[in-house]
Design a protein. Structure first.
Length: 301
C-alpha cells in the first residue's frame, strides 16, 4: 500500500506541475487577448462617450475642445430642449417619429408575414418566379427608385404626408423580412398544417392561429429592425415632408442649424442623445427574442 500511495502522490505532483506550467504558458496569450478586447471596446464606445460629454459642453467648445468631458459641465443644452425649436415642441418630433416607427412595424409584420406564409405553405403557379423577382429587388439601390417613387406620389398628391413613408410597408416591399419569415415558417413541422386541415381549418386560420404564434422570434426580430430603421430614417422624411410640424426627430436635428449656417452643436448633441433612448429601450426589451430569432431562423427541423 505504501509504494502505491507514494506513486500516486508523485503522479499527482507531476500532473499538478504540468498543469501549472501549462497555465503559465497560457497567461501571456490570455492577457494579450483581454487587453486587445478592451482596446477594441474603447474604440467602439468612444463615439458614445464623446456624445455624452459633448451634450454637457457649450457649442463653441464642442468643436474646439479635445476633452471628452468638460471641466465645467452645463445642463442648458437639455433645458433648451424643453423650450422647443422654432416654436415647435420637441415632443412633436418624437411623436411623429413614433407614429412612423409603430406604423412601419405593424405594416411589416402584417404584410411580410402574409407574403412569407404564401411562399412557404401554399403551392401556386409562378411561385418560384415571383420569389426570384422578390429577392432580386434586394439588388436595387434605394436611390434608383427614389425619383420614380417621388414622381408617382407627387402625381397622386401625397407629398407632405406620411403615406409615401408607410404605404410600402403595408405592401410587403421589404424582401429581407419576407425571406426571414419564410425561412422560419419552412422549418415548422408540416404535421401541424395537416392536423389543422383535418380539423377543417383554412389557410387564414392556420396562418393566424398556428403559424404566427410559432414564428414569434422571427416577428420580433423583424419588428426590432423595422423600428430602428424607421426611427433613424432621414432620407425618406427629407424627400416627402415639407412642413416642420410634421418633421421626425432626424429632421428636427437639422433645425439646430440656422439660415446663416450657425449651428447649436450643444443642443444638437443633447437631442441626439435623447433620441437614442427609445431605440435603446426597444432593443433591450426584445433583445432575447432577437437572438433567438437569428439563431433559429437557419435551423432545419
Amino acid at each position: 500500500m505504501v509504494p502505491e500511495a507514494l506513486g500516486a502522490l508523485r503522479g499527482g505532483r507531476v500532473m499538478s506541475s504540468a498543469g501549472l506550467s501549462t497555465s503559465r504558458h497560457r497567461l501571456p496569450g490570455s492577457l494579450a487577448w483581454h487587453i486587445g478586447s478592451l482596446l477594441i471596446l474603447a474604440v467602439i464606445l468612444y463615439p458614445v462617450i464623446w456624445v455624452i460629454g459633448g451634450s454637457f459642453k457649450k457649442s463653441e467648445d464642442v468643436v474646439g475642445s479635445l476633452d471628452l468631458f468638460p471641466g465645467d459641465p452645463i445642463t442648458s443644452n437639455y433645458t433648451r430642449l424643453g423650450e422647443g425649436i422654432a416654436d415647435i415642441s420637441i415632443s412633436t418630433f418624437f411623436l411623429n417619429s413614433l407614429t412612423l416607427a409603430v406604423g412601419s412595424v405593424i405594416g411589416i409584420l402584417l404584410s411580410c408575414s402574409l407574403t412569407a406564409y404564401a411562399f412557404a405553405k401554399i403551392r401556386f403557379a409562378g411561385r418560384n418566379l415571383l420569389f426570384t423577382l422578390m429577392i432580386g429587388t434586394l439588388l436595387l439601390p434605394y436611390h434608383v427608385l427614389l425619383i420614380p417613387q417621388y414622381v408617382l406620389f407627387r402625381n397622386m398628391e401625397m407629398i407632405n404626408t406620411y403615406t409615401p413613408l408607410l404605404l410600402g410597408k403595408y405592401l410587403a416591399t421589404e424582401a429581407f423580412f419576407v425571406f426571414l419569415m419564410m425561412q422560419f415558417m419552412r422549418n415548422l413541422p408540416k404535421e401541424l398544417d395537416e392536423a389543422a386541415r383535418l380539423d377543417g381549418c383554412g389557410h387564414l386560420r392556420i396562418y393566424w392561429s398556428i403559424v404566427l404564434p410559432l414564428c414569434r422570434p422571427a416577428l420580433i426580430t423583424s419588428a426590432i429592425f423595422t423600428f430602428i430603421n424607421a426611427w433613424n430614417d432621414f432620407m425618406g422624411p427629407l424627400i416627402y415632408l415639407n412642413e416642420p410640424d410634421k418633421y421626425t426627430v432626424s429632421l428636427g436635428l437639422k433645425m439646430f442649424v440656422d439660415q446663416e449656417g450657425v449651428a447649436d452643436y450643444g443642443g444638437m448633441i443633447a437631442m441626439s442623445l435623447v433620441a437614442l433612448l427609445p431605440v435603446l429601450a426597444f432593443f433591450l426589451a426584445f433583445q432575447r427574442y432577437l437572438i433567438d430569432g437569428m439563431a433559429t431562423s437557419g435551423l432545419k427541423g
